[in-house]
Write a new protein. Structure first.
Length: 377
């Protein structure tokens, strides 16, 4: 290969959007493992979505080599590319996308778009947050399916990116094409025509990138914004039903009615003489009043995430110990045992220790605050 050739292939805006996409994609993947980072996850997801949309539009109005019309999608060319890559270590490389990178860029763009859309839909349907929160009531039963699709696409993208990076490193160190620096400097060791970007391209591209970043920052830092706002509000149980509030918060945390189905509440209240080995000694008329309120506001009547999954698991039983459910164990499995032994938490049922708005019916992922790790002496 003649190493004297050098062609300006990737524009400054193209490189900026590329690295923003790389950083935001990996940041999204990392934050997905932390429930309390959900708002940050969504905000970064906006950057991913914005950069992918830019890639689509840039492929139509952008400079040479970035346009979809310059990509090579013929399968015979893809086959020849890999054969030549294996046979000829110092082959001449082309200035634009080769067949492999053409297919990679195309598939990653669209898989990424669908991954983002599924994430935004999941955020609205399962969490009741964001611009798709209006779908929560009608489609909460589809949340598990959408979650599976979102996770599948996330890992598919990760595998594809790993394959892409491996290919770039092979080009860099085996084929000696200096491919890594091409997306840094914009210049590629290839013979071709230098790209030119018009003033209009630079202006519109710059304004668009700035807009995407501002929207992401707005979504993360501004409370009650349309991108993260929840359809569920704090509930004052004291005002709505004082009897329930007083009797059920006198000895322990006030558990919102939507956490158990009606059958579980009825079983619990009808056996109030043996309420976790304690006799509540409540008047029958009072039990009836509280029972009525609990049934009316039970998990059967709620589309909150916790209500849906707890109802789905224990609706056909009379169980009412939430910490023994598979759902509770699954979402708390990553929490270290010592957190529950903390002298602030003390026991698994002390939900208020981490969920600050728990007694007002707020059990949002981004509302989780772990107490200091101070164990009992």
């Amino acid at each position: 290969m003649n190493n004297s050739y050098k062609t300006y292939v990737w524009s400054f805006l193209g490189r900026i959007s590329h690295w923003l996409l790389v950083i935001s994609l990996f940041s999204c993947f990392i934050t997905s493992f932390y429930e309390e980072m959900l708002t940050l996850h969504i905000s970064i997801g906006i950057v991913v979505f914005g950069m992918l949309l830019m890639k689509i539009v840039w492929g139509v109005i952008g400079p040479k080599y970035a346009r979809w019309s310059d990509f090579e999608f013929a399968l015979k060319d893809l086959k020849y590319y890999f054969i030549e890559k294996i046979k000829n270590r110092y082959r001449t490389i082309q200035p634009g996308h080769n067949p492999a990178s053409s297919w990679f860029a195309f598939l990653v763009t669209w898989f990424g778009i669908f991954c983002c859309i599924s994430g935004f839909l999941l955020y609205g349907i399962q969490e009741g947050n964001g611009i798709f929160s209006f779908l929560n009531e009608d489609y909460i039963s589809k949340s598990a399916l959408i979650d599976s699709i979102h996770i599948f696409l996330s890992y598919l993208l990760l595998v594809m990116i790993f394959a892409h990076v491996s290919g770039v490193l092979i080009e860099q160190f085996y084929h000696k094409t200096n491919m890594v620096m091409a997306m840094v400097s914009g210049y590629k060791k290839a013979k071709g025509e230098d790209i030119t970007t018009t003033y209009r391209m630079k202006l519109l591209g710059s304004l668009y990138i700035i807009l995407v970043l501002l929207v992401a920052l707005y979504a993360y830092f501004v409370p009650e914004n349309s991108f993260t706002k929840s359809k569920f509000k704090e509930i004052s149980y004291k005002e709505l039903n004082y009897d329930f509030y007083f009797e059920c918060s006198d000895c322990h945390n006030l558990f919102p009615p939507f956490l158990l189905p009606a059958t579980s509440w009825l079983e619990l209240m009808n056996n109030q003489n043996n309420h976790f080995e304690e006799d509540l000694e409540l008047d029958k008329s009072l039990v009836k009043k509280i029972n009525s309120y609990l049934v009316e506001n039970s998990a059967d009547k709620s589309t909150k995430e916790s209500a849906y999954y707890l109802r789905k698991e224990i609706n056909d039983s009379k169980s009412y110990t939430i910490t023994k459910t598979k759902y509770w164990k699954e979402i708390h499995k990553e929490i270290p045992k010592e957190v529950f032994e903390n002298d602030i938490v003390e026991k698994k049922s002390n939900c208020v220790a981490c969920h600050k708005g728990f007694e007002q019916g707020i059990i949002f992922d981004n509302n989780i605050t772990y107490p200091p790790k101070v164990t009992k002496k």
